[in-house]
Design a protein around this ligand. Structure first.
Ligand SMILES: *Cc1c(COP(=O)(O)O)cnc(C)c1O
Length: 358
């Protein structure tokens, strides 16, 4: 078997969910498990949180059906609503909590003949300008939806654009926009993603929507996940499959982009961009090997990448190497590669086997 595995620590996910709940006592939380639970495996994550989570949030009807098959009771929030009117009967059948994010979705809902009414989350565009109705439009639509037979609970939600940047002026404006609508008697309110949950108590409302923090990564540049009390859920572990000496002046890898400045010891690891490791990660990106960080050198290949082991002479073929995880925060690798932990976690490809620790 190819020596590359993503080990998922389900106890860490349970711990991180508990951290989220502790940040906002008395509130409920949709554990966000879209995109295969940020790459961790939706079935296993839903099982791990079966008793703890108040609900789950997903991005499509297909994802919702998968969660419903695992959990007959839980509230399941369909974050972008139905993409076509034809999906509404299935959404009702699955007893989803349905976001409506635009006028077309409202008209489709009010025209639908459904086997049962749905909890509806009216989405306010409070300033991100991606999905949702303007505040005026929310006011106009509120009475129609309140009176509709298709609607059980009528709830309000919105989403922050910059909650990960402390003190961003847009966050304040978005919060004000949301609070301005609370004279309407919505049943439930939801505004906070991980970043807002961790730093903006005024945004906690009734239902939290933690995603990235459940997986032990931070939405912030600073503080780190560890400083937030979060435990990394995924460790991506490869093996050192070859070691060679390279003379000063010789290059390593495709494009010969990295050139040894000194006689160097180069290690080859069994992980590449077809596994989801970012191809654009530059030389110097850290890899955890032999109890320390060693630098990536040269271009990342499809199935392999190379590291400089010159300062780690004891490293031998067969040694384990962690691309990110328990020893090397995914956020640190993401920063070196010019991206965010979200992208690295969600892009681990299907060929990487997931192993689960309860
Ligand atoms: C993905 C998503 C979340 C979770 O965001 P995190 O930053 O991962 O906590 C919350 N709300 C909505 C609408 C989302 O799409």
């Amino acid at each position: 078997m190819r020596p590359l595995v993503a080990t998922i620590d389900l106890a860490a996910i349970r711990h991180n969910y508990a951290v989220a709940k502790r940040c906002a006592p008395g509130r409920q939380a949709f554990a966000v498990v879209k995109a295969n639970a940020y790459g961790h495996g939706v079935r296993e994550v839903v099982s791990a949180l079966y008793d703890e989570a108040d609900g789950f949030a997903v991005a499509s009807l297909e994802e919702a059906a998968e969660v419903r098959a695992m959990h007959g009771e839980a509230r399941i929030l369909l974050l972008e609503g139905c993409f076509a009117a034809e999906e509404l009967p299935m959404a009702a059948h699955l007893q989803l909590d349905l976001v409506v994010q635009g006028l077309a979705q409202i008209e489709a809902l009010l025209a639908a003949e459904l086997p049962r009414s749905l909890n509806v989350w009216l989405k306010l565009d409070s300033g991100m300008h991606r999905l949702g109705l303007s505040a005026d439009e929310v006011r106009r639509q509120f009475p129609r939806l309140r009176a509709a037979a298709q609607v059980a609970e009528l709830n309000l939600m919105s989403h922050f654009a910059c909650a990960d940047e402390r003190g961003h002026s847009l966050t304040e404006l978005q919060l004000e926009c949301f609070l301005d609508l609370l004279d309407l008697d919505f049943d439930q309110r939801s505004l906070a993603n991980s970043a807002a949950l961790l730093t903006i108590p005024a945004a906690h409302m009734d239902w939290l929507r933690p995603g990235i923090m459940l997986y032990g990564a931070t939405p912030f540049a600073d503080p780190s996940a560890a400083e937030l009390g979060l435990r990394p859920a995924m460790s991506l572990t490869a093996q050192l499959i070859a070691v060679r000496e390279v003379a000063a002046g010789e290059s390593v890898g495709y494009g010969a982009t990295w050139i040894a400045e000194r006689p160097s010891r180069i290690g080859t690891l069994s992980c590449g961009y077809a596994d989801g490791y970012p191809r654009h990660a530059p030389s110097g990106t850290p890899v955890w090997l032999g109890g320390r960080r060693v630098p990536l050198v040269g271009r990342v290949s499809m199935d392999m990448l190379t590291v400089d082991l010159t300062d780690l002479p004891e490293a031998a073929v067969g040694a384990a190497a962690e691309l990110w995880g328990a020893n090397l925060p995914v956020d640190e690798v993401a920063r070196a590669a010019g991206t965010i932990g979200y992208e690295l976690l969600t892009k681990v490809t299907a060929r990487v086997p997931r192993r689960y620790n309860a």
